[in-house]
Design a binder for this molecule. Structure first.
Ligand code: AP5
Length: 218
């Protein structure tokens, strides 16, 4: 299974990608997580990416493409993968298509998470994440058992820098301008399925499994 999760910030892509990765035993490749890790480790790539991310802008294509291609070429991605947050521009999508041709494989499916702006803002404002194990929670919808602490590893939960209200609007406009055109791009290739991303996590999971089985993705 080689699959892309496409959709607005806070749409639930990462949450559902974790679920599918575990269910089908394939790696989740989240460019957001990879970039945040580089920032935390203060690598040269992380230092370059930090400003863009804090302003809610996209990191330059060349940086992200190099990061993803290196991961896709690794042995763990040979049995399949879920791309969460990549591609995000037409240039990234074109480059991914070229890369897939060079491997003789294809992306099977693109899932587009459709969700209202009001719900996106509620989800992003309440999100808390574990800096250690990357588990994601929501203060109201997916609360941790102990307030402020990660259920998985017991570390402290934090709010992402780019989840501040002033940055959310900028991320949403960047999404509309640069990423939303990919909906049409993948529709034209006949591999896009639209997922209603509203409702609680288990409801979205059920719809996602239906969509994947309908598309006969195994
Ligand atoms: P990235 O980390 O990819 O952020 P994003 O796409 O904006 O997506 P999010 O992580 O905000 O949301 P999500 O859809 O995964 O939602 P989640 O499951 O967490 O990117 C961050 C930055 O990195 C970018 O702005 C950019 O600078 C850079 N970057 C990354 N990729 C790049 C690329 N390819 N090119 C260039 N730059 C790139 O859910 C959100 C919240 O809602 C959580 O609290 C969750 O618990 C909750 N929730 C989830 N589902 C539900 C539900 N069904 N009901 C209720 N609550 C729910």
């Amino acid at each position: 299974m080689r699959i892309i999760f496409l959709g607005p910030p806070g749409g639930g892509k990462g949450t559902q990608a974790d679920f599918i990765a575990e269910k089908y035993d394939i790696p989740k490749l989240s460019t957001g997580d990879l970039l945040r890790e580089s920032v935390a480790n203060k690598t040269s790539l992380g230092n370059e990416a930090k400003g863009y991310m804090n302003r809610g802008e996209l990191v330059p294509d060349a940086v992200v493409i190099a990061l993803v291609e290196e991961k896709l070429a690794s042995p763990e991605c040979q049995k399949g993968f879920i791309l969460d947050g990549f591609p995000r521009t037409v240039a990234q999508a074109d480059q991914l298509a070229n890369f897939m041709v060079s491997t003789g494989k294809e992306v099977d499916h693109v899932v587009y998470f459709s969700i209202s702006k009001d719900e996106i803002i509620k989800r992003i404002s309440g999100r808390r994440s574990c800096q250690e194990c990357k588990a994601v929670y929501h203060l109201e919808y997916v609360p941790p058992k102990e307030q402020g602490m990660c259920d998985v590893c017991g570390n402290k939960l934090i709010q992402r820098n780019d989840d501040e209200p002033k940055t959310i609007e900028s991320r949403l406009s960047v999404y509309q301008e640069q990423t939303a055109p990919l909906i049409e791009y993948y529709k034209m290739k006949n591999i896009l399925g639209e997922l209603d991303g509203s409702g609680l996590v288990p409801e979205v999971q059920d719809r996602l499994l239906d969509l994947l089985s309908y598309q006969k993705i195994k």
